[in-house]
Design a protein around this ligand. Sequence first.
Ligand code: ADP
Ligand code: MG
Length: 348
Amino acid sequence: MIEDKNPQRTSIAQLGEFGLIDHLTKNFEITQASTLKGIGDDAAILDFKDKKVVVSTDLLIEGVHFDLAYVPLKHLGYKAVVVNVSDICAMNAKPTQITVSIAVSNRFPLEALEELYEGIAHAAREYKVDLIGGDTTSSQKGLIISVTVLGEADESEIVYRNGAKSTDLLVVSGDIGAAYMGLQVLEREKQVFQVNPNSQPDLDAYAYLIERQLKPEARTDIRTLLHALEIKPTAMIDISDGLSSEIMHLCKQSGIGCNLYEDKLPLDPQLINVCEEFNIDSTTVAINGGEDYELLFTIPIEDFDKIKGNPNLSIIGHMTQESEGVHLVTRANTKIPLKARGWDAISE
Ligand code: ADP
Ligand code: MG
């Protein structure tokens, strides 16, 4: 339903590879002082002076990571940048540049790629990252996008996954579970559409959840917030696969355990309503649903007063000795072992 939206279809073969790259990238501007040379030569040139450079890459494959039946290409471009920027946030660094590589089949007209790059441009402006290069090639069938993001940080600012202590508090930004339920809503609408292509879905009651799925944001603001509060997390990770899976990563790499409290999980009211409608347990969604791109981190217990009552941050648990294991403490005060049951692209 998305691909037919734009009636004009210009074949990408008409432009040729260089014409295409030029067409798609000509309106991007360089704004970072560290970018000396962007697109246009055999390689880009960067100068980070005395900063450390943080690098991360993500690969997105049509049919595995996204479904163009309900993901508009503009949103896909935006999200491809956001998920990468989020990884830089999780290191407590500042994102500065991206490269974007695409493989496309001749099924995609120029107009489709224009939409994709509109989303990329929007995210690049929003997060102040320079597009400094990439690669363009053909694929036999689907669309493949790979984004690499670079960021900078002082060495002393960088936060790893392995620094959490057994006495630390566990904190999460924003709310969780909404992106997963947004996907459930979209999957349901896709099925309705397949049965009745003329149906006009009324998605107002799901707007927040759908937005969290289609247009997630990276928490670049948390680095600034924590800096202002004079807090340096001891360990940090972004929530891409699901809270449970990310907690397991922090615990394993830091050699500690954790108690996560069910009644502390930050859930949006819309999530609670829609979970009821779908007859799904909202705690399960909050713990196992992924793609929220919130930040999960640990702080020393002495910093409790600094974040207490902050609307952006929720204390959801505390770390323990490794021998105590990793548990969810339910509202009924029973302890259930947590499993890394987060969404796993490999096993699907
Ligand atoms: P090469 O043949 O040396 O790989 P290309 O012709 O692929 O060079 O790329 C020319 C320039 O355009 C380079 O600066 C490259 O980084 C950039 N580029 C290529 N594809 C893309 C893309 N999809 N998005 C952004 N920049 C791109
Ligand atoms: Mg190339």
